[in-house]
Design a protein around this ligand. Structure first.
Ligand code: SAH
Length: 394
């Protein structure tokens, strides 16, 4: 069984996300892979000199664009968040969560959140006749949610004695160190194995164990591709450098402006293999009109499918809860950045801001529908109320 929740997160801005920029709809390239128009009649003026990069990630991205051309938004997002040393989640200098950081998540606000999730997991497990348990979390952050869940498990002898392993899927070594500090004492006190994995695919089948899985504010951090529909089909919106864009420009009018950030959105002139495949990866995407945009994450699709496998490929089954903000639909312009608890431009200080995109829960459900029974999404408040939030707070 799998339930999904829409998240009522403190990371959500109180105002709406700005609409896509107009220049997206006006590809400005005249040659190279974005060819389509004639060569410029007159020689273009010198492109503006790029200012020195604001961050190490910005430099890496600009170098990469210089070497091989514009990048998909997925690569941009992955580099910014998960570069092994300078990424947002991997750089030990980043505070990330809490008042000192850039955003606060529900488990960091109140332990009640994790406790109620634990109640739900236990209720699902009890229906299966109390088999041994393994507990999996995707992207555990500081380990706060897992600690809150384990506190409840520790108080119930029947649950505690059945918990054999806790698996944490975490790519950031910095986050792993925080999780270790927080959860190792629990592992010793309660007697379960505690293991880390780079990828959900590394978690092995365990036929006799009931799998409990949680993922809180994890899927929104997975890279998205940004597509745009035309009469020809789905094109991909890519990240180019201002310098690259200026060099390719037929019309020199905008080369004199000093852009705020060194990146520029560009559109592939024709559908590409990847944009065509992703654009047809759900029948729902067919209804998007020409000119419409689509954020789509093949990483989220694959990850969710693997969640389906983990919950179904054993004799006793399992239950999972994916908590994120998003909806039962796709989104076209939800990609955004947060810095110091405020909405920022996605091109601002790459690697220093949190990047996030709404989760298309319908897409996650489509990925696993032949493996498990997905439910939801439902609003977070509704779920917590049904788990006894009102009574717990009295
Ligand atoms: N669940 C926590 C943290 C959310 S932030 C909370 O709600 O407070 C996202 C977490 O996922 C971080 O720990 C980050 O390092 C991790 N993460 C991001 N991308 C990942 C990936 N592809 N695989 C594994 N972990 C990832």
């Amino acid at each position: 069984m799998l339930r999904t929740l829409t998240r009522c997160s403190t990371r959500l801005p109180r105002f709406s996300v700005p609409p896509p920029r107009n220049y997206l709809f006006r590809p400005i390239f005249t040659k190279g892979i974005f060819s389509g128009n004639d060569e410029p009649a007159a020689a273009a003026p010198e492109p503006p000199r790029a200012p020195s990069p604001s961050t190490k990630i910005e430099k890496l991205l600009l170098d990469s664009i210089k070497a091989t051309g514009p990048l998909p938004f997925s690569t941009y997002m992955q580099m910014c968040l998960s570069h092994p040393t300078h990424g947002y989640y991997t750089n030990p200098e980043h505070e990330v969560f809490g008042r000192q950081g850039d955003f606060i998540t529900s488990p960091e606000i109140s332990q009640v959140f994790g406790e109620l999730l634990a109640v739900w997991l236990i209720s699902q497990w009890m229906d299966k006749g109390l088999p041994p348990i393994r507990l999996v979390e995707l992207g555990p952050g500081r380990g706060t949610l897992m600690e809150d869940v384990l506190r409840v498990f520790a108080q119930l002898d029947a649950v505690k004695s059945h918990l054999t392993q806790v698996h944490l899927v975490e790519t950031s070594l910095t986050m792993r160190a925080l999780q270790q500090e927080r959860l190792a004492p629990r592992s010793t006190a309660m007697g379960f194995r505690l293991d880390w994995y780079d990828s959900i695919y590394d978690i092995k089948d365990s036929p006799d164990e009931y799998t409990m899985l949680i993922a809180h504010e994890f899927f929104d951090a997975l890279p998205i591709h940004l597509l745009q529909k035309s009469q020809q089909g789905w094109h991909e919106v890519l990240v180019a450098s201002q310098e690259y864009a200026a060099q390719q420009q037929a019309n020199s009018t905008s080369t004199s402006t000093t852009p705020k950030y060194p990146f520029h959105r560009v559109l592939t002139p024709t559908p590409t293999p990847i944009s065509s495949i992703l654009g047809s990866s759900s029948p729902r995407f067919q209804t998007i009109p020409e000119g419409g945009q689509l954020e789509v994450s093949p990483f989220a699709f694959r990850m969710a499918r693997q969640v389906g496998f983990l919950l179904s490929q054993n004799r006793v089954g399992g239950a999972g809860l994916i908590i994120d903000y998003g909806g039962d639909n796709c989104f076209g312009d939800s990609f955004r950045a947060f810095k110091d608890h405020k909405l920022a431009d996605v091109f601002e200080q790459p690697g220093e801001c949190d990047l996030t995109a709404n989760v298309d829960f319908a897409y996650l459900k489509e990925s696993m529908a032949d493996l498990v029974t997905p439910h939801g999404p439902l609003p977070q408040g509704e779920f917590l109320e049904s788990m006894g939030l009102g009574i717990r707070l009295k």
